[in-house]
Design a protein around this ligand. Structure first.
Ligand code: UDP
Ligand code: MG
Length: 315
């Protein structure tokens, strides 16, 4: 019998969270009115995570896992999970218990009301450093202004999606997967549940600053062409400035008595400034072109090295 509910849980070096996570997920599943499966995706962990995942079937037969051949990144790990789950309502949740598993019950209640997407929106974050909070806060607000579509602020990947939505996501060919954006892109009936984001149960953040930055950049570039227009705007501004300066220079030439013209310094600054602006604009172009290149290569999104726990349920 196919499960009604599926959970997708990406795992990257989470050995210290897995036992508690499994306990709480099992508990949640006991309160559900349908068959449930939990699909863990081991994203190339270097600790004992995979070993623990292999052992979970004995603890509860509802647990199954995929193992990727190396660390492909959070968004790809979740994508792999979405490809494999078989439920009618699919819940994506982090492994570190920052997203309380019990909230899935409320999400399912909303789904039963007819919503196809129920996403969790943070109203508070506990124990995350101020720098992370600061850039997360501004990133979501900037993205909201730049994006072509409405992407709600302060929402991560923790959500419930209907089978229909997951099928649409699975059909999207893109490599740069900013899932929370793609999820909004689908539309249909979406609603939010407010929650306070806990601190990690154990372990360190797996999203380094570099990974977060690249995720943020992906979000903006996948959903906005505004940065490309920056070059045009800056070019127009520079042209206007040049015109004003030309008039000023002409004036000082005609009335040299009060001329502040200094020669080299002004020219140097102007040259460097324009050089910098041009490099930034080329860099932005590069970001878009790099992504086109990624898409065109068409490599598979991930490589699996091991799958376990599914068979018992398929029979
Ligand atoms: N994760 C992953 N691959 C990675 C990085 C993270 O599968 O390359 C998983 C991680 O195990 C966790 C989730 O993604 O379940 C969120 O990671 P983290 O808690 O470090 O991010 P944060 O909650 O701080 O944004
Ligand atoms: Mg976390």
């Amino acid at each position: 019998m196919l499960p009604q509910y599926s959970f997708v849980i990406p795992i990257y070096n989470e050995e210290s969270n897995i036992p508690e996570l499994a306990r709480r997920l099992s508990e949640v599943a006991n309160h559900l009115d349908g068959e449930t499966e939990f699909v863990f995706i081991n994203d190339g962990s270097r600790d004992r995570s995979l070993e623990l995942l292999r052992g979970l079937q004995d603890y509860d037969p509802r647990f199954c896992y995929l193992s990727l051949a190396r660390n492909f990144g959070h968004q790809v790990a979740v994508t792999a999970g979405l490809n494999f789950v078989r439920g009618q309502a699919i819940i994506v949740i982090d492994a570190d218990l920052q997203d309380p598993p019990e909230l899935a019950l409320d999400m399912i209640a909303q789904w039963q009301q007819g919503y196809q997407v129920v996403y969790a929106q943070r109203i508070k974050r506990y124990k995350e450093n101020w720098l992370k909070r600061f850039y997360a806060y501004w990133f979501y607000r900037i993205l909201k202004r730049l994006a072509d579509i409405e992407i709600p602020t302060d929402t991560g990947d923790f959500c419930l999606m209907d089978r229909q939505v997951v099928d649409i996501l699975n059909g999207m060919p893109e490599r740069n997967r900013y899932l929370r954006g793609l999820r909004s892109w689908v539309g249909l009936q979406q609603t939010s549940i407010l929650f306070e984001r806990n601190a990690r149960f154990a372990g360190e953040r797996k999203y380094t600053f570099r990974k977060s930055f690249s995720l943020a950049l992906n979000g903006i570039i996948s959903f906005s062409r505004v940065p490309l227009r920056l070059a045009t705007y800056l070019g127009l501004i520079a042209a206007a400035l040049a015109l004003i300066m030309a008039v000023m220079v002409l004036y000082w030439r005609l009335f040299p008595a009060n001329s502040p013209l200094t020669g080299y310094a002004t020219i140097l600054i102007a040259v460097f400034f324009l050089g910098a602006v041009q490099l930034v604009c080329i860099g932005i172009l590069g970001e878009y072109i790099g992504r086109i290149y990624e898409e065109v290569k068409g490599r598979p999104l991930y490589v699996l090295s091991e799958v376990g726990g599914f068979t018992s349920q398929k029979e």
